[in-house]
Design a protein around this ligand. Structure first.
Ligand code: ADP
Ligand code: MG
Length: 793
């Protein structure tokens, strides 16, 4: 729009004393500024700054006005739009790291709004596409999350006066279905075009052989060109749009050479049609569009399947639930459950929502989430969470939270978000394919120039052939896919992996560091002997009630076995000294429970007799435990734990694959040695009496050697070491806590999970490697033949 036209708009609004943005009449006090409010003023400034003045022109032609802008809107931060909750429900991944979503907007009312909103990519770098559905008041946005956050785009929309309002239900599936439908339509059009062009091309070749009249031939050539162009500009336009984005945001990807090839081919085909001589190309070009589109559809279908495979975690909650309404029980889909609904959960069923028990008494197994292995007794008034298992009786539960708002929902989200994050190999392949595109483009210029000089008639043939045969698909597209599939497959087998880099690191053999209690042993300790009175057992049970260590569980269980009840006295000021023991206060008494080192550090007195018992337990291979009250030991106990049945075999098989082992235990040296030898380890590989800090230090030390260090341990007690290792694998402690420090959680609680993830890692990296080599060889071959002119487009 010309400056003159803008001035007229401004002028006319001045005359009527109307707001320059929304056109509403203004109070005389506002008339000097030209705007009715500051919101309108900033929207106007923004639109003009972006050179989008045409908006006002359009508005005027449509006889409408824009809505006044509420200045408060632009103050919102829209952080929700960047949260995993929004992502898992509303965002779908596209190829090449782009993502798509739909937002509902308030304030869209005419074609001028649509025009302005679809210029969003121009205003917010990183937003690649914006499409408005005026009828439904929605905007579909495609963006590159590495470049811009969705909240930034929403803020821009707010500044323009459009308010982003939440879409009620999950839009992800709808979006996916729509995308698939669009893809199919495009493929069908491309297929039809390509079929027709082929037929005409055949007729042309046949005609040339049989001496068809020149004007008929020319007619066929026109028809061929016309249909070919339909295919290129219709379904094929996606490559041109991609190329435009690549140029505009300086992120070279494969659409660039493809579009260039299609463009050069089409241009020389068109030239040849008009000049009446030479090759037409449109048969090859339209076939190419068709095949490329089919390839893309397959790829995005696979990618979505991979994402859904990661969704398996969400299947930890049941698909249908029993809702009680008006005294009747009905079966409904979990998605339709609302906060406040009364649900009935039978025994052995998984709790579907976070809620409060209103009827029934039962035991709930929360081990997946929290790692608590002893079932929890729940009664009316108690809170329970989705994903836990109702063990014994029917319960009625009032819904407090559903879906992503539940604890298990948060967990699913964090895993899914990590899956979207890029593993180093993906970033590497992204970079390589960027370089590759530049190399292909440069080569095509050199080849074009050389042939132009050698033989002016064929230079375009050569360039088109080169641009089209070069294809780094294996790098740019197949790598993320291979990783996503690897993560998905593992999730199905109960191995939850946070992030693709763990897979990459596990593909090369390295050092596996094992914790003892609960990792190579079952972690189901039991008290073998108890030398002390019942009171000291109760103190210990009360203090240990706050710990999830296998020893704590053993003490609690022993108390309930002896008394058939829970401790009646509660401990306060409970402190956990990870790897040492627990302390707390019961009434006026200070209680310490732990190993000998812990007793010494707390200054507790141990009698000769007690020390003798302690040493006797050690020699018989049992873990000793002291209970002290007011700095004097009152009881000595011994605990037993058995090796996981699969442990020895798993270690042997991994050893054959080239992995080496070390065991670090916080337990007594003697016990550690016994267990380690049972596992088949040598004395030099075993260290006992290592504090959590010691474990961390050892890991850091070994990391310096450069080989991958994998720590397998307990999600709670070994958190620091798990986090420090190249890959942390948690086998106990519940998914929720474990995945904060570890990269992997073995939900099925078997060491075989380590083997399975290593296998998956190797397979994934093998697939990636094979693809890369194959694609490299293919490209060298294809580019050479095309450059030398042996390959016809
Ligand atoms: P490991 O490295 O073998 O898994 P931990 O580091 O978990 O062993 O624990 C080391 C030692 O610390 C245990 O053998 C025990 O003596 C003591 N300990 C740890 N936690 C507790 C607890 N909750 N109650 C009593 N003792 C504990
Ligand atoms: Mg442990």
């Amino acid at each position: 729009m010309s400056q003159g036209a803008i001035d007229t708009v401004i002028e006319s609004s001045r005359q009527e004393a109307a707001c320059m943005h929304c056109g509403l009449p203004m109070a005389s006090s506002e008339a000097t500024s030209g705007f009715c409010c500051s919101g309108c003023e900033s929207a106007y400034t923004l639109i003009r700054a972006e050179g989008l003045d045409q908006y006002y022109d359009l508005l005027r032609r449509l006889g409408g006005d824009s809505k006044p802008v509420d200045g408060r809107l632009s103050g919102e931060s829209f952080v929700d739009l960047d949260a995993p909750g929004f992502w898992s429900q509303h965002v779908i991944p596209l190829l090449e790291g782009r993502v798509q979503t739909v937002l509902r907007l308030q304030g869209i009312h005419c074609a001028a709004c649509v025009w302005l909103l679809e210029r969003l990519p121009q205003m917010v770098p990183g937003v690649l596409d914006a499409r408005v559905d005026l009828h439904r008041s929605t905007i579909e946005i495609v963006w590159n999350p590495a470049q811009v956050a969705l909240s930034t785009a929403a803020k821009q929309l707010a500044k323009l006066g459009y308010r982003v309002v939440p879409l009620g239900s999950s839009s992800r599936e709808r979006l996916q279905r729509k995308q698939e439908r669009q893809q199919l339509i495009q493929i069908a059009i491309a297929g039809a075009c390509s079929g027709n062009v082929m037929l005409i091309a055949l007729a042309l070749y046949a005609g040339e052989w049989t001496g068809m009249a020149a004007e008929h031939l020319q007619l066929l050539r026109y028809a061929n060109t016309a249909i070919g162009l339909v295919s290129l500009l219709g379904p094929g336009s996606i490559f041109f749009r991609g190329a435009y984005h690549a140029l505009r945001w300086r992120t070279p990807h494969m659409d660039l050479p493809i579009a260039l090839g299609l463009g050069v081919g089409a241009a020389s085909g068109l030239w040849n049609t008009l000049s009446g001589s030479g090759e037409l190309y449109f048969d090859s070009l339209s076939m190419l569009v068709f095949l490329l589109l089919v390839g893309r559809a397959l790829q995005s279908r696979q990618q979505q399947a991979a994402c859904e495979a990661v969704d398996v975690l969400r299947q930890l909650t049941p698909g249908t639930v029993q809702r009680v309404s008006h005294g009747r029980v009905e079966s409904i889909a979990l998605e339709s459950v609302q906060v406040g609904d009364l649900l009935e959960v039978e025994a052995e069923q998984t709790i579907p929502v976070d809620g409060v028990v209103v009827e029934g008494v039962s035991e709930v197994d929360t081990s997946l989430l929290t790692g608590e292995s002893i079932p929890l007794t729940v009664r009316p008034g108690d809170e329970i969470t989705a994903g836990t298992l109702n063990r014994s009786q029917r319960l009625r539960v009032e819904t407090r939270k559903v879906g992503n708002a539940t604890r298990i929902g948060h967990l699913a989200e964090s895993i899914q978000r990590a899956a979207l994050e890029k593993a180093p190999i993906m970033q590497w392949s992204d970079r390589i394919s960027g370089i590759f595109v530049m190399v292909v483009l440069t080569l095509s210029v050199i080849v074009g120039a050389t042939w132009y000089w050698l033989d002016r008639d064929v230079w375009d043939d050569r360039v088109v052939a080169l641009l089209i045969v070069a294809c780094p698909c294996a790098l740019g597209l197949a790598t993320p896919l291979a990783i996503a599939v690897g993560l998905g497959r593992s999730a199905k087998r109960g191995v939850l992996i946070k992030g693709g880099d763990a897979l990459q690191r596990l593909s090369r053999p390295g050092l596996i560091v094992l914790d003892k209690t609960g990792t190579v042993t079952e972690g189901r300790m039991s008290i073998h002997e108890w030398h002390g009175d019942l009171a000291s057992l109760e103190w210990a049970a009360a203090v240990e009630s706050k710990s999830r260590h296998p020893i704590a569980e053993a003490v609690r269980q022993y108390w309930s076995k002896r008394t058939h009840g829970e401790p009646t006295r509660a401990a306060s000021e409970v402190t956990s000294y990870i790897g040492h023991g627990m302390s707390g206060r019961i009434e006026k008494n200070e209680i310490d429970v732990g190993n000998d080192g812990f007793m010494v550090s707390r200054g507790c007195y141990i009698s000769e007799e007690q020390r003798a018992l302690h040493d006797q337990f050690l020699t018989s291979g049992q873990t000793p435990l002291y209970v002290a009250c007011n700095r004097k030991v009152h009881a000595v106990a011994s605990l037993d734990d058995s090796l996981r049945p699969e442990a020895r075999k798993v270690l042997q098989r991994l050893e054959r694959r080239g992995w080496t082992f070390r065991m670090l235990s916080g337990d007594h040296e003697q016990i550690a040695l016994r267990v380690g030898k049972e596992l088949g380890l040598k004395e030099s590989q075993i260290r006992g009496g290592v504090t959590p800090e010691g474990k961390l230090q050892a890991i850091q030390e070994w990391k310096k050697s450069g080989i991958p260090i994998v720590m397998v341990g307990d999600g709670v007690n070994d958190a620091a070491a798990l986090a420090a290792a190249d890959v942390g694998i948690a086998i106990r402690g519940g998914a929720e806590a474990s995945l904060q420090a570890a990269d992997v959680f073995l939900a099925n609680g078997s060491l075989e999970g380590i083997e399975s993830i290593i296998e998956t890692a190797q397979r994934t990296m093998r697939v990636i490697g094979r693809n890369s080599v194959a694609s490299l060889l293919y490209n060298i071959f294809a580019v050479t033949t095309a450059a030398l002119g042996w390959l016809h487009p």
